[in-house]
Design a protein around this ligand. Structure first.
Ligand code: ZN
Length: 366
């Protein structure tokens, strides 16, 4: 279990001087033992083998004081009784102060349990307490075969968060189609931008609607970019492409979610087409399902959702307070049962569907 075998009193078979004695020359040693006479005998055995400086400590308090003192130690001998039942922790404390100095534990009757605790505490050896010669041999061995101090593992650089851009034509499009996905991935640490191209038509105070849109995005864990294209007449030409490209350049997404081309709403189709162009360099583009998607929408990727993701999606939709009450497709039982339905395909209770438009990622990591 230890580099040198456990020794009983008086039967140390290890060759002693000259090779075992040499490493003690000049060494600075701390010897702890509850009994002053035993400590002195041990210290003497070490001195006769060449140790230059040996200090004794006859209580845990004295041992700790020497351990914490501004003093370099090459090795410590520690009475296991000092540590009580917390031998491993006691030894770890030693290593924390003196990472390069081995520590040898002495016990009246070294047991398997104590040996395990000493091993866990990275003791160099476990030796019978009243055997100064065996102990001096173990000390010489430990100094001749220093254990490398454990190096703190270099902190791994934090991985770059995945950046996702979710593009929608109108306020609440994104929440309805991908609100659960956004909430789930934001919780995974993804950096998520929602781009809504039109502030929406219809009634209501435009300032209030803007505020609602920001609140909804925030509640999912995303930030919102709200553009000002005309509701109902979004075009799929270069002007729309440029508007989308602006946010693409800023958000630098790893993946994009957008309306499907299989959609009865002309704005949704236009946004889909313009996004395809604006995101031509983005390796992964997926289409979500809007309530106006046609039966030609064929999802082949399903994002598993937890109950809390569905709740967050519903509450993000409710944040669009001025609109949420009046539309059939915003009824909560429909939204929940739709997520439940797609869960069939994902081995999960709830899911949101995606249609892969392009997946050029080198590895499928998500
Ligand atoms: Zn819409």
């Amino acid at each position: 279990m230890f580099p040198s075998s456990s020794r009983g009193s008086g039967d140390d078979q290890r060759p002693s001087a000259p090779d075992a004695g040499a490493p003690l020359a000049g060494a600075r040693l701390l010897v702890g033992d509850r009994d002053a006479a035993t400590a002195a005998a041990t210290a003497e055995a070490l001195r006769t083998r060449g140790a230059a400086h040996v200090r004794t400590a006859v209580s845990p308090r004295e041992f700790r004081a020497a351990e914490h003192a501004d003093q370099v130690w090459d090795l410590a001998v520690c009475d296991g009784a000092f540590a009580g039942d917390a031998l491993t922790e006691f030894l770890e404390e030693w290593h924390a102060h003196h990472p390069a100095a081995p520590v040898i534990v002495t016990e009246d009757r070294p047991s398997a349990a104590r040996a395990v605790a000493a091993l866990r505490g990275r003791a160099a050896d476990l030796v019978a307490r009243h055997d100064p010669d065996a102990l001096a041999g173990a000390a010489a061995h430990a100094l001749a075969h220093p254990r490398r101090a454990p190096q703190a593992a270099p902190a791994a650089p934090a991985p770059e968060p995945v950046r996702m851009l979710v593009v929608g034509a109108h306020p609440d499009d994104v929440e309805i189609a991908a609100g659960g996905t956004i909430h789930r991935r934001a919780g995974d640490g993804w950096d998520i931008t929602v781009l809504t191209l039109s502030p929406g038509g219809g009634g209501g105070d435009p300032v209030e609607r803007r505020r609602e849109a920001h609140r909804a995005a925030e509640s999912m864990g995303a930030r919102l970019v709200l553009e000002d294209l005309p509701d109902g007449s979004i075009r799929d030409d270069s002007s729309t492409v440029r508007v989308i490209e602006r946010t693409v350049a800023e958000a630098a997404p790893d993946l994009v979610l957008v309306h499907s081309d299989h959609d009865t709403h002309q704005d949704h189709r236009a946004v889909h087409r313009a996004t395809r162009v604006a995101c031509r360099q983005v390796p992964r583009v997926f289409c979500y399902q809007s309530p106006s998607a046609t039966v030609a929408y064929r999802p082949n990727r399903f994002v598993q959702l937890r109950e809390e993701d569905v709740d967050a999606k519903l509450s993000a939709i409710r944040a669009h307070g001025s609109q949420a009450s009046s539309r059939w497709y915003l009824e909560e039982d429909l939204l929940r049962s739709t997520a439940r339905y797609w869960g069939r395909y994902s081995r999960s209770r709830y899911a949101e569907p995606l249609e892969v438009l392009r997946d050029a990622a080198p590895v499928l990591t998500h």
